[in-house]
Write a protein that binds this ligand. Sequence first.
Ligand SMILES: Nc1nc2c(ncn2[C@@H]2O[C@H](COP(=O)(O)OP(=O)(O)OP(=O)(O)O)[C@@H](O)[C@H]2O)c(=O)[nH]1
Ligand SMILES: [Mg+2]
Length: 338
Amino acid sequence: MTSAVPSSTGRRGRRTADVGTLVERAREGDARSVARLISLVEDASPLLREVAAALTPHTGRARVLGLTGPPGVGKSTTTTALVRAFRQAGQRVGVLAVDPSSPFSGGALLGDRVRMQDHAGDGGVYIRSMASRGHLGGLAWATPQALRVLDAAGCDVVLIETVGVGQSELEVASLADTTLVLLAPGMGDGIQAAKAGILEVADVFVVNKADRDGADATVRDLRAMLSLGGRHTEAGAWRPPIVKTVASRAVTSQDTGSGIDDVLTRLEEHAAWLVSSGEGRRRRVERAAREVEAIALAALRERMGDVHGSAALGALAEQVVAGETDPYRAADQLIAQL
Ligand SMILES: Nc1nc2c(ncn2[C@@H]2O[C@H](COP(=O)(O)OP(=O)(O)OP(=O)(O)O)[C@@H](O)[C@H]2O)c(=O)[nH]1
Ligand SMILES: [Mg+2]
């Protein structure tokens, strides 16, 4: 038996479907069901446990690509160009944009926060913006679950766009099988990126806006930085290639010379390396570990919330004040009671 899910048209439960039906429909490619499942994730619904159980047998197939980089560098434009390329290759594509500050460009892919591609024209693309800060565990908690929904819904590729400026973005990048770090000429982007630590997570570097002055200088800066060391210099390691692109050209005119084809080639090479080196498997295990950890921490935090103001905590606090115990021992006792 599965639980009733409030419809996305209102939480007052005017229309309901059960979790099993919703998952079934999502797997058949019904965009509205996919949207509702992701809404459950965003709302941290109590039904998620059931949703995860229903989805998991159908997951593990999607290839996950992370795109990160400084604000305005062209992540959404590049995502749009890649989506188009994958669609042309007959693949189903999901896009998760994590707290984007600028919208996606390009006709059919224009999406608002909740919009999914729901018309018959192209049911092969799902786009979703995630704004889940403030939830228990934040993005580390919500993004992998949204990913699982898209994976189970039959997406061959899922692209995750994040702005590379902080820790949560690094966490999201760690969800990916392959991470693309985008930079653009000027503004000392390379140095900024190094500071933010995003160089270390790069599998493929994309120097976008190569139509602008300074693209070659940015490539040189990057090469120089990579030669200084890092995980890629170890034996058998993947050496991240640097590709120059003009993503806006790929989106507006689809002409060649945009560099997007080169990006696709590098992605294929990296996918092959992930298999041959065993690194792909290792990343997925790591991803699962983080997800389990995030769920466990969120559950613990919730239980700690129940503890706040509880009689047990009050009694321990009295003992600390009375000098009968110290705060560390009291905390141990509290945790033992959870
Ligand atoms: N000249 C030039 N402009 C580009 C190129 N790619 C993207 N742009 C423009 O750069 C601006 C920002 O592009 P976005 O794709 O929104 O960049 P973003 O990295 O997703 O931005 P945020 O999500 O806000 O961090 C837009 O006006 C694009 O049209 C390019 O290759 N060359
Ligand atoms: Mg963007």
